[in-house]
Design a protein around this ligand. Structure first.
Ligand SMILES: C[S@@+](CC[C@H](N)C(=O)[O-])C[C@H]1O[C@@H](n2cnc3c(N)ncnc32)[C@H](O)[C@@H]1O
Length: 263
């Protein structure tokens, strides 16, 4: 298909440049991205945790542990884990906030929420967790609700990231902390090359063998490359009104944790 004939460019021609975004390396109309992302996560939900462990060789657990350590979450706190998926962070926050606190596990995708809820209930997590199907761009929570908001490996799937950041900032209490754990840009060119080879060959192959779906894992690799790098994301957080924004590179910048405070 030629460039001019893609649905994305048709939208661009008839409605203007702003109506187009990317889905991995492809341009798509903004109105279609959420449903394409939804297809990815409906497809991978059942094998999500196994694939996470295999693809990252278990290292995602360390990235998440560091996030929890920096969260400052304490007993009695209210926490939102948006794009919470199968609930890795929610579980840890639930332990930290205790019976007097609350964690909201929110995700746009019913399949991921179902797997997450089943997993947490199986492990005996109940009482201080709420499950909400919600889009990060339109959070159904009042202003100033949460001591901490986290989004782990979710932001790169969101169509309008600036809008999502503004809404996360809105729902934070003054002094509350936003934590964004996300794939980012490796700082070393050699690591970057090896990581590219791994991402574009091994990931789709593993996706095919284990989840029967290479396309979703090709999207994973592509979406990581399209995501804003460390300094760009930090600037976006500042534009959303957060202060004290900084980031911590992990595994050579393959992943970064960004934190910012609501003034
Ligand atoms: C890679 S998973 C991450 C799950 C979990 N946070 C973790 O770290 O294991 C990304 C999640 O983002 C969710 N998601 C994608 N777009 C979203 C949006 N616009 N709003 C809320 N959740 C979204 C997906 O449904 C999926 O569960």
């Amino acid at each position: 298909m030629s460039e001019q004939q893609t649905p994305a460019n048709q939208a661009q021609n008839s409605q203007g440049q702003d109506d187009v975004t990317h889905f991995g390396f492809r341009d798509v109309p903004k109105s279609q991205k959420a449903s394409q992302v939804a297809d990815v996560f409906h497809s991978v939900a059942g094998k999500y945790d196994l694939m996470n462990d295999l693809m990252s060789m278990g290292i995602h657990r360390l990235w998440k542990r560091f996030t929890i350590e920096l969260s400052g979450v304490r007993p009695g706190h209210q926490v939102l884990d948006i794009a919470g998926g199968t609930g890795d962070l929610t579980m840890k926050f639930s332990d930290l906030v205790g019976p007097s606190g609350k964690v909201v596990l929110a995700d746009i995708n019913a399949s991921m929420l179902k797997v997450g809820r089943g997993r947490l209930v199986d492990r005996g997590y109940a009482g201080n967790i709420e499950y909400v199907q919600a889009d990060a761009e339109h959070l159904p929570f009042p202003d100033n609700s949460f001591n901490a908001v986290s989004i782990a490996f979710g932001l790169r799937n969101v169509t309008d990231k600036d809008q999502a950041l503004r809404d996360m900032a809105r729902t934070l209490k003054p002094g509350g902390k936003l934590m964004i754990l996300e794939f980012s840009k490796p700082t070393n060119p050699l690591l970057s090359k090896a990581y590219d080879t791994y991402s574009f060959t091994a990931l789709p192959l593993m996706g095919q063998l284990i989840a029967g779906d290479s396309e979703s894992y090709k999207y994973l690799a592509e979406s990581i490359r399209m995501h804003p790098d460390q300094d760009t994301l930090k600037g976006m957080m500042e534009n959303a009104g957060l202060v004290g924004c900084k980031y911590y590179n992990m595994t050579g910048g393959i992943v970064a944790l960004h934190v910012g405070i609501k003034p």
